[in-house]
Design a protein around this ligand. Sequence first.
Ligand SMILES: [Zn+2]
Ligand SMILES: [Zn+2]
Length: 370
Amino acid sequence: MKAIAVTPAAKQINVINQAEPNLSSPTDVKLRMIEAGVCGTDREICAFEYGTPPVGMEHLVIGHESLGEVVEIGAKVTRVKVGDLVVPMVRRPCPHDHCTACRSSRQDFCFTGDFTERGIKEQHGFMAQFIVDDEKYMNPVPADMRDVAVLVEPLTIAEKGLAQVWNIQQRLPWGCPIVPGRAQAHCHKAVVLGAGPVGLLGAMALVNADFDTYVYAREPAPNPKAAVLELIGAKYLSAQTHSLEAFAADVGNIDLVYEATGASRLAFDMIQHLGINGIFIFTGVPGRKAPVQVDTDLMMRNLVLKNQVVFGTVNAGRETFEASIRDLQIFKNSWPQAVKSLITGRFPVEAHRDLLVGKSAGIKNVIQLN
Ligand SMILES: [Zn+2]
Ligand SMILES: [Zn+2]
């Protein structure tokens, strides 16, 4: 079968031929992969910034945002059946008995760092024609979501972040008054930094919870990302026309910031505009550049005097994948055109190089695997 792999030692990216994987346990499931999304992580792996092949191997099959169809199941499989559409999870637990997170199937909070990740760290990924894995990592998806289900994995970032927001904000009376026809966050204002796929999916999750949602990004409007946001009822403001100060003044008391750029300078400038009782979610992973100056006195004063919380979030457990599948279906029903236009194009395996190392273009590019 064909697979897209990097060989970091030789700095190569290739379509390789390797043997189809086979079931090796009664709870294994074999998937025929339909497609895989390309994201910044894949592009960083293809720039050889990280990405670790399985122990004893030179190459790593990449890909972690995916959709597959079940073609074979072990004798003891109960969660899926042949013909089901499935989005597999990415992270696999570490082996240590003392890791309470991994031992309770919450490897997204692994304490030891010895977890593996398919397509990223020591396990082959999903840009292959077939994969095999245990059923516990498989999330079934309704058949009518086939055209958008490749977005389930990138949506888990926002879903896990927001689930934590609701948990953390129980520290205070943060709930909005109940208003018929409005969802739970209708009295709050949220800011999204960045309008890439993670930012746009985050904006959809925030609007869906009824946050008054503002997105701040580089490109001037009109552009395809601003058009998506208009369709869902979020406001788009460009850094070209609004300074951060002007933007923050426009919004008012900022209850929540969802950072989705990986640009640390912008994020730390934004923290200074977080409102009273506000919460700030970091999702980006910046490259290491030169240190920048921040006004630590102001930040610390605000954190204390405004009762603020700042947290980071990575990866997702099964509950988050299930929430993501549920919400993506809601988004698809509420905003069919907006969700559809998140996927810029579907491309054959042969086009992988342009998508993985060429200039990043469009919103979400998808590679068709079968
Ligand atoms: Zn990704
Ligand atoms: Zn662990």
